[in-house]
Design a protein. Structure first.
Length: 257
């Protein structure tokens, strides 16, 4: 067990699988009390069991980021259970909806567009930050970590709603940093590149424009843990890119990578 996040109480949205699960497990391993959240109780309880088996402290709280009442109630429940909330990690996104609506802008229905923005930007960042704010302002070293996507800084056919939502996450995160300064609340964003969970894929060498390998969930978890820790006390309003160098690779942009 580490101590980098000792004394922190962390809520990670969408933490029953993938990047969110890795974040929850790493945060707990670094000494934080962790609220694991998601829509599937069985998956959440498995994550909690893994954390506790490793000596960490965690509890599962149901959370649907597309439901304002659920967001508000869950944040209040976390603060009541642990007596504080010092770190908010806005990681959830409607990945199933995004995958099922890969289409050009002219082909989106308004309902499809609004659903993706609701789960990615409105519920996951706006509502969560709004209702967590009273608790964060009372905490020492409070931090918001927002998880964004490479699609927020580059254009990809078929992902217009998701790109717009994640671009909004980047912008809102900077506003939260400015507004949070007086309350001692930092806000930063991680722009995530391609991340896969399969060990075989995650060990792949340079390809697809990356300068290193394909990412794995722990790459993002380590970045989030640093931004949440007091080691990053001087970092706020930043957009940290964790994409294996894809966005820096001009050869890839020119079709040569």
């Amino acid at each position: 067990m580490g101590t980098r996040l000792a004394g922190k109480t962390v809520l990670v949205s969408g933490s029953t699988r993938g990047i969110g699960r890795s974040m929850a497990e790493l945060f707990a391993a670094e000494g934080a009390r962790v609220a694991v959240t998601g829509r599937t109780v069985a998956k959440g309880e498995k994550v909690v069991a893994r954390i506790r088996a490793a000596g960490g402290e965690a509890e599962f709280f149901p959370l649907d980021v597309t439901d304002e009442t659920s967001v508000h109630a869950t944040i209040d429940a976390v603060a009541a259970r642990f007596g504080a909330l010092s770190t908010l990690v806005n990681n959830a996104a409607p990945t199933d909806a995004v995958a099922s609506t890969i289409k050009k802008i002219a082909d989106y229905t308004t309902e499809e567009w609004n659903h993706i923005l609701l789960g990615t930007l409105t519920g996951n960042v706006f509502w969560a930050s709004k209702y967590a704010w009273p608790y964060l302002r009372e905490a020492d070293g409070a931090a918001i970590v927002n998880v964004s996507s490479g699609q927020s800084i580059a254009g990809f056919t078929g992902f217009g709603a998701y790109a717009a939502a994640k671009g909004g996450v980047n912008a809102l995160s900077r506003t939260l940093a400015v507004e949070g300064a007086a309350d001692g609340i930092r806000s930063n964003t991680i722009v995530v590149g391609r991340v896969v969970s399969s060990p075989g894929d995650s060990g792949a060498l340079t390809g697809g424009g990356r300068l290193t390998r394909i990412g794995n969930p722990m790459d993002i978890a380590y970045t989030a843990a640093w931004l949440a820790s007091d080691e990053a006390a001087f970092v706020t309003g930043a957009t940290v890119t964790a994409d294996g160098g894809f966005s820096a690779n001009g050869d890839a942009a020119a079709g040569e990578g």
